[in-house]
Every structure is written in C-alpha cells, then in structure tokens.
Ligand binder design. Structure first.
Ligand SMILES: Nc1ncnc2c1ncn2[C@@H]1O[C@H](COP(=O)(O)OP(=O)(O)OP(=O)(O)O)[C@@H](O)[C@H]1O
Length: 954
C-alpha cells in the first residue's frame, strides 16, 4: 500500500499497485490532484489580457506578478502534476488520471472530476478523458479473454439541485435519491443501459452530452450550467472453465462540474439563479473537501447538504480512487478565481480515500457452480459407458433393484411404526398441553411436520415445494457425491497438516534449535494431527456414478447417518487446527534467539553429532509440497526439486544415523560445501569440522534464521488450512440445506426415486416480489421470536433483497427458522441438559448468545464510530447522552421492532457498520459463508447451525 504525500509526482502514481485481485483489501490513498492551464482564449486575447500563471516544472504552478504588484497571497502551488497550456488532453489522461480510471477494471470504484471556473476548459478536458478511458477499457477487455466483462452506463445531471436522467428524458427532472445500505445513495428510476460494444457506449455518452443544460454566460457561449456525471458500471467475472466464482464490480464516474465562478460573473436572470444553485452545491463540495482534508475524524461531514456530494459520497473520502483535474484560465483578469481553484485543489490533495476491491464471491454463484457440477455429473450418468458389458450391468442392476426393494420394504415398515408412534405421542401431548406439537422436520419419516402439512395447501407452501422440487430433482445421489467430496477434502487436509507437522518436528529435532518445551509442543501437535486424520475413509465405489444412481435414495439415509456418526469431525478439525496454530505460536516464541546450541561459534558435541548424520542443513524433507513452504538456505538446488513426483513425495525421509555419504543425493552431499555455509570438511566417516569460527557463526545465524522462517511458513500454512476447513464447514451447511429440502419433498410426497419431474413454475417477477416481501417479513418476525444473532439478521437482510435467485435462500431461511421456533416451543424455555453428549440449542442459550453479541457490538461502538457519530445516534435513538451504559442501551434498541420496516433498515445499517460490512457506506456482496464468522469468534449463528444439524442427526 502506498500513501502518497502531497505533491507526489504523477510518475510515481503508476508504481502504486492498482489493485490486488484475489484479496479484499482496503487501500488508503490520497486523492490525485492535477492542474491544467489552458491557452488564452479569443475573448481574453481581444481584451489584451496577459498570462498571469506559469508552470515552473511538472509539479509547480506559480503566479507571475505585474511589475510593482504587491502580493500577499501565496504565489506557488504544488500538485501531483501540472499541465501547461501546450499540453494535450492525452498527456493529462496518461500522466494524470489513467491509473485511477483503469482501477475500475479491477473492481475498484473510481471517479474523475473536472473542477474550475466557467470557460476554464472542464468540458473540453473531460470529453477527451472520457474518450481515452473508453478506448483503454475496451483494449483491456480485448486483451483479457479469460474474463467476461459487462459494462453499463447511466447519465445524471444535477441542475438547480434537481436530478435528471440524461438517458431517459421521460423520467422527469427531479429524481429522488434513496439510501441503499449496500450501494450507498441510489437514484430512483435511473436508467442503466448495458452496452454491447464501444460504439454504443460512445453513442450513449454523446446523448448524455446533448441532453445537458447549456446556456450562454458572460464568459462562455456554451457554458455547462449543470453538473454532469457519466457513470460506467464495470463487472467482470472469470469465464466458465476456470471454476472460480469471484467477480469484480466497480463504478467509474466522469464528473464535469458546473463552473465555480462568482454570481457576478454570470449574467442576470436565469443564469444568476443557476449560479446560486451551482454555487450552493460547489460550496458544499468545498466544505466536504475542507472537512475531509483535516482528517476524517474532524466531525460531521455535510455530504447530505447537496445532491452532488450525496451522490458522490464514496468518491470523497470513501470507497473509491479519485482524481481531480482543476482547469484554469491563465488570464490576469481571472487571477482571483484561478487562485480560489488552486486553494480548492490544495485542500483536495489532503483528502484520503479508502478504496477496496469490490469482489463478489457470492453464495449464489457458488450454488450455481455446484448446480452446474451436478448437471455435468447427471449428464455423465445418462451417457452409458460403452466399455461396460450391458448384460453384466443388467444383472448387477437387477441385484441392486432387489436389494433396493428389500430396503424400501424395511424402511416402509419402520416409517409406519414411527408414524404410529409419533401420532400416539402427538395425541398424548395434545391432550396434555392442549397445544400443537412440533416435530423435528428432519426425521426420515414420510409425514410432513404439522405446520408444513397445515400450510401445504397455501400458496406459499406450494411455491416452496415447487422451488425445492426444481432444485432437488437429483438430490439423493448428488448429496452422496457431495458428502464424499467433503470427506475426501477433510482427509486431504488432515494429511497435509500432518506432513507440515512432521517437517516442523524434524526442523527442531535435527538442529537442536528447540528446547524441551518446543519438543513437547511438537509432540502435542502430532497427537492432534493424528486425531484429525482418524476420519473414516469413504468407500471408493460410491465415486462411480452409475452405482450411486442405482443406490440413491436407500443409501442416502445411511450416508447421512454416517455423516452424523462422524459427528462434528469438521468442527473438530477446525478446533484442532486452532490448537495447532496456538502451539506453533508458542513454538515461535520458544525459538532460541541467543540460546543457540552452538554457543560462541564453537561446535558442541551435539552439533558434531548432527554433522555426523550428514543431514543437509534444514533440508529435512524431499516432499514436493513441503518444499513449497520450507526453504533451506544451504541447498540452492532445493528449488529444482519441485519436479519430484508424488511417489517420492510420500516416501519417508531416507536419512538415518548410519547413512553413508554415498547413498545421499549428490546435491545434498554437496550442500554443506556451499560458500554461504562456511567451509566444512566432508570426509567420509569424519565429523564435519568448522574451519573458522566466523564461518560457523555465520552458519548458525543462517540456520536459526531459516528455522524461524520455516516455522513461520508453517504457521501461515496452517492458517490457510483453517480457511479451507471453514469453507468445508460451509459446504456441509449447504448440504444440510439440501437435506432439509429433500426431506420437505419426501414429506410432501414427491417421489424422487421415480425421478419425478416437478414442473418449473416460474413466478412472474411481480408476484415473486410480493412473495419476497411477505416471506422476508415472516423471517424478520421469526428472527425476533427465536432471538437469532443480529449480525446474521443484518447480513441476510442486506444480501437478499428480492432478486429472483434469492428465492431458495429465503425458503431455506424460513424453513430453518420455522423449525427453530417449533423446536423452542417443544423444549420450552428449559435450558438444555448439560453434560450430555447431545449438543442442543434452546431459547435461553439463544438469548444468552444474543446478549453476548450485543455486548460485543457495544464495544465496537467505540472503535467503529467517532464521538460525533455516536452522539448523533444516541440522540436519534433517544438514548440520554449522559446516561450510564448508554452504549449498551443503544445497542439494545437495535433490531427490536420486527414490524417497523424503517427501524429494521436502520438497525441493519448500524450493525453493518459496526461489524464492517460496509466500509465507506458500501457493502460489496461478499461470500456470505465466509462472512458469518463472528468477529469476536463466538459465531453464534454458525454454532446454531452446527447445533441444528446435530439435532437433525446430520
Ligand atoms: N486546453 C485547451 N486548449 C484549447 N482550448 C481550450 C482548452 N480548454 C478549453 N478550451 C476552449 O475553451 C472554451 C471553454 O471551454 P469549456 O466549455 O470546456 O469550459 P468549461 O470550463 O466547461 O466552462 P463551463 O463551466 O462554462 O461549462 C471552449 O471553446 C474550449 O474549446
């Protein structure tokens, strides 16, 4: 990250890394400010004006006073770049704003402003800049065939504080501004047209310019009397084959402001009125810039005082890279205006933005990806393999069918028994409590839960069933396949972690760099890893698609029961990795700094013994994977070992106490002779000797550095493993959703065994919207009833806003909550039995978790909001400013009234800000599953999910 200091030459701007695709990082960066001086125009020449400003060098502009003129004002100004009157727009683009404009291609919002008095050349400059940026954008798209780009354009004009759509003159001339928690300020009914090529884009930009309000002023015959914003939204995603689900989305604004002249310089009448409005919004812009230039904590920033600053809020101190081109008239008659522009520019230099890569790795995309995978597998299943003997296959299938029949009959009789039992229980409970009995919705019986059964005829349930049917017509074998994939991943993680640990142990054991504690730590680590590896291996034959198809529904129960019998393996794995990481931290602490075993450069007996083993320094393994994170300072050849095949990788290390130099790989035998390691004798059977204490010291230092480095690398590696385990955990949850849906289908009597196809009844967009609003309200009410994490509520609320593809998530959330509510009413308010093996979730445990979460959020109030913001919120939410525990009082008011939409919306916005979903007011759609890690690491929602899946016997 580079923070540019005021006046950083623009040449340096290019060296700033534009973005880091693959990482969601916030970059602090000052606004890039450049200045452009135009030549004297005809009017100025005619009135014999003289040039009052001179460009001293590429970064400095100076005032040229008249002879005998007394100057009290500053005469010299420095900027990122200064362009003289002979500079072409091309240079202004290339050296001034290009890097900012092209950030949008990498998912970083970008804005380019032109600011200056009337007739100073704003429109002239912005036209050229926009044209060149469009050229570069399309060139980039052509040169990046591995990504799919989508460009949308909208044109906005702010004229007399009214917002108008330049691409849709019918939408009226005073569009409303709306606050969207995700995207910031939105313009109601603004047309956003997707462009198919650069010609179309240029055409639409032309329309915007033609639509703009232009009038004649005293200084400019065709003066732009409004602010114009041309906004390109650029989305890009990897093409199909990469299997990656990350997309970027960013907006690029080209802003041509109205002139910053004084009212007296414009004509009277309409022009004067325009001037007042223009000045009002530019004054707010100046105030915002002034406030931001003294630091973001300088109190309230009046973005909302004008439509211009409201619309461009992100570009001013928020999530965007911003460049301002200040255009100047060189004429002496405009010295005062020019100086004002330069003061504005100097202020703007001090404003810091926090641009970040807006990466979309969404739940939806992931699901789509999985669905595609399923479709592919399905297709594979349908295409018979000609190499398999058909008769043999038929025979096998007949045997399997017979077996399936047997299992079905057995299952049927169990189901009947179970149903009978449940009905009896229901009867007795009903008579006892006189209240509806909630059944766990994931028993494997054939009956629907009472609530579901009751609502079966209603429109909502039908829709839910249809949706589920659509999603799950292939569910059983798909689930088995997914379970297998999870298990394999889990096993792989265990293996890799184990290998990492082995190396770590060797490092310490071989070089005696660890002390007693370190070896104990290592021993513990290994124990933990062994536990991690004790995952029951998946029967390999299930990988074969046909067999899966044949066994599908009967085996699913077994699979799920087995998955359950592994219990919380993934959660365990995660916890184990947590322990491993803690141990490694401990180990790093225990790494010797001065207590190296080879004291004072003298070889101790231990070190001599070590040398006798002829183990090449720190090259403790010949594993390909291990070499990715283990570096040896003395074996330069290690890098070339990456080509070693996997066979070799899995072999145990060959060195032992009696290993002769002959049996060692040549590169390793030679390694100690390398210059860096000092001269060491390699006579066979003779311990290595130090030839000079200086060399030995050097070597010790090197060993120690490398060992530390290696341990740190392993730590990083374990961190990565943890991330992968988190993803695995997510996939398990996804599976839980799918099982829930499958259950619902079974309960509703959909016979998936017969591959019954449920017609794809697509709701019309408007009816889906109505359903969405209804269902979301139900969800909000259920959240409240079940005391669900407000962080989860916020995230869900902000992510799923009624897009047709949100349907499945809404259904699943509703179903999950319905179950939770039933479960709570079933177990009542009683605390779950402690000490038993059954993990349970109760109303009281949820309330406790929510309380903890509110306490956590109250603490966040101090770090996420400044004093002014807190005060503002306390006042707004009726929390006395001098009351005790006002933070907690305030937090306790959030998400309290499920029936008040505004309250819900504002609560979500505040929680989002506190947990950092919306830096700078913009919440990029991120991977939902990666976000539900609770910031305080308590993860109530996550835990609730685990508990639910455990309760459901998954
Ligand atoms: N760098 C330049 N080189 C040559 N001519 C220029 C330059 N900049 C501006 N001009 C000319 O000056 C005139 C005024 O420029 P322009 O309309 O871009 O000013 P403006 O700042 O947008 O004014 P307004 O705020 O009134 O819209 C135009 O005729 C334009 O061609």
């Amino acid at each position: 990250m580079t923070i540019k200091t005021p006046g950083t030459p623009a040449s340096k701007i290019h060296t700033t890394p534009v973005t880091t695709p693959g990482g969601h990082r916030v970059k602090e960066e000052k606004i890039v400010v450049t200045v452009r001086l135009r030549p004297l125009n005809k009017r100025e020449q005619a009135s014999k004006d003289h040039v009052a400003w001179d460009c001293l060098d590429d970064y400095t502009i100076v005032y040229k006073p008249l002879p005998h003129e007394r100057i009290v004002q500053p005469t010299s100004f420095t900027f990122d770049k200064v362009f003289g009157s002979d500079c072409l727009t091309e240079a202004v683009y290339d050296d001034g704003v290009k890097s900012v404009a092209l950030s949008a291609l990498m998912g970083i919002n970008a804005t380019i402003f032109a600011y200056g008095q009337t007739s100073s050349g704003k429109t002239y400059t912005m036209r050229g800049i926009t044209e060149k940026a469009v050229n570069d954008i399309y060139a980039h798209m052509m040169n990046t065939p591995e990504r799919d780009f989508r460009i949308k354009i909208s044109g906005i004009e702010i004229y007399n504080e009214n917002v108008r759509d330049l691409l849709n003159s019918e939408s009226g001339c005073n569009l409303k501004l709306l606050d969207d928690p995700e995207k910031g300020t939105m313009i109601d009914k603004l047309v956003e047209e997707t462009v198919i090529n650069d010609h179309r884009l240029r055409h639409l930009i032309g329309i915007c310019e033609a639509q703009r309000q232009v009038g004649e002023t005293a200084l400019n015959d065709t003066s732009s009397r409004s602010h114009q914003i041309i906004r390109l939204t650029i989305e890009s995603s990897p093409r199909e084959s990469t299997g990656c689900v990350k997309s970027f989305v960013a907006s690029l604004n080209f802003v041509d402001l109205a002139g910053s002249e004084r009212a007296s310089q414009t004509n009277a009448g309409a022009r004067l009125r325009e001037g007042c409005h223009i000045n009002l919004s530019l004054m707010t812009l100046t105030t915002v810039i002034r406030k931001l230039s003294v630091g973001k904590r300088s109190g309230h920033v009046p973005y909302r005082d004008s439509k211009l600053t409201r619309i461009l809020q992100h570009s001013l101190g928020g999530n965007a890279r911003t460049a301002i081109i200040c255009t100047l008239s060189p004429a002496s008659s405009h010295v005062e205006q020019t100086r004002n522009t330069l003061f504005f520019a100097s202020r703007a230099k001090e404003v810091t933005n926090n641009a970040q890569v807006n990466m979309v790795v969404s739940y939806k995309q992931l699901v789509k990806h999985l669905q595609k995978e399923v479709a592919r597998l399905e297709a594979e299943l349908r295409t018979p393999d000609p190499s398999i003997d058909k008769d043999l296959m038929i025979q096998q299938m007949e045997v399997e069918i017979e077996e399936l029949r047997r299992q079905r009959d057995l299952a049927q009789s169990q189901v009947d028994q179970l149903r009978k039992k449940v009905e009896e229980e229901q009867q007795s409970k009903l008579s006892e409590l006189n209240c509806p009995v909630a059944r766990k919705c994931l028993s494997f019986s054939g009956t629907a839960s009472p609530k579901l059964q009751k609502g079966k005829d209603s429109g909502r349930s039908n829709r839910a069933m249809n949706t589920m049917g659509r999603q799950l017509s292939t569910a059983p074998f798909m689930l088995i396949h997914e379970i297998r994939k999870l298990e394999n991943l889990q096993e792989q993680l265990g293996d890799e972690a184990n290998r990492a640990l082995e190396i770590l142990q060797k490092e310490v054991a071989c070089h005696r760099l660890g002390n007693q504690n370190a070896s104990e730590t290592i021993a513990n680590l290994q124990k933990e890893i062994k536990v991690m590896r004790s995952v029951k291996p998946a029967p390999k034959e299930v990988e074969v698609g046909n067999a899966v198809a044949a066994n599908k529904s009967s085996n699913l129960k077994e699979e799920i029961t087995r998955l359950h019998s592994q219990g919380s393996t993934i959660a365990d794995l995660e916890e184990q990795l947590e322990n491993v990481q803690k141990s490694i931290d401990k180990l790093i602490m225990s790494l010797p700094s001065s207590n190296c075993q080879l004291n004072n450069g003298e070889a101790t007996p231990k070190s001599m013994a070590l040398s006798k083993k002829k183990i090449p320094p720190l090259a403790s393994s010949n594993s390909v994977n291990e070499q990715n994170f283990i570096r040896s300072p003395c074996t330069p050849s290690s890098a070339s070992k990456h080509g070693v095949d996997l066979d070799i990788e899995n072999r145990p290390p060959k060195f032992d106490d009696h290993m002769s130099g002959e049996t060692q790989p040549k590169s390793e035998r030679d390694a100690p002779k390398s210059e860096d390691c000092g001269e060491v004798s390699s006579k066979e059977g003779t311990p290595y000797r130090r030839s000079s204490s200086i060399n030995m010291r050097k070597m010790q230092q090197m060993f120690q550095n490398a060992a530390e480095e290696n341990v740190k690398n392993i730590k990083a590696y374990v961190t990565e493993l943890k991330e992968r385990v988190a993803k695995l955990q997510y996939q398990k949850q996804l599976l839980v959703c799918q099982v829930l849906e499958l259950e619902a289908n079974e309960a509703a009597g959909h016979n998936l065994d017969d591959n019954e196809y449920i017609p794809d009844i697509q709701e019309s967009p408007s009816s889906w919207k109505v359903t969405f609003i209804e269902q979301r309200q139900q969800i909000i009410e259920l959240w409240d009833l079940c005391h669900v994490s407000i962080i989860h509520r916020t995230q869900f609320y902000l992510l799923f806003k009624g897009d047709p593809s949100d349907q499945i998530y809404i259904e699943v959330e509703l179903r999950r909550l319905t179950w939770l509510q039933q479960h709570f009413s079933e177990i009542g308010n009683a605390s779950p039995a402690q000490g038993g093996n059954e993990p349970t979730v109760s109303l009281s445990s949820s309330i406790r978790a929510l309380k903890r979460e509110r306490e956590f959020l109250a603490k966040r109030l101090m770090t996420r909001l400044n004093a002014d913001e807190r005060e503002y919120l306390y006042m707004k939410w009726d929390v006395p400013l001098d009351s005790k525990q006002r933070k907690m009082q305030f937090i306790n008011k959030l998400w309290k009234n499920p029936y008040d939409a505004l309250h819900i919306h504002e609560s979500a916005e505040i929680v989002a800000k506190l947990v950092g979903f919306c830096e700078g007011g913009n919440m990029p759609k991120e991977m939902f599953e990666l976000n539900f890690a609770h910031p305080s690491d308590k993860r109530p929602w996550f835990i609730a999910w685990n508990q639910i899946s455990d309760l459901l016997h998954l």
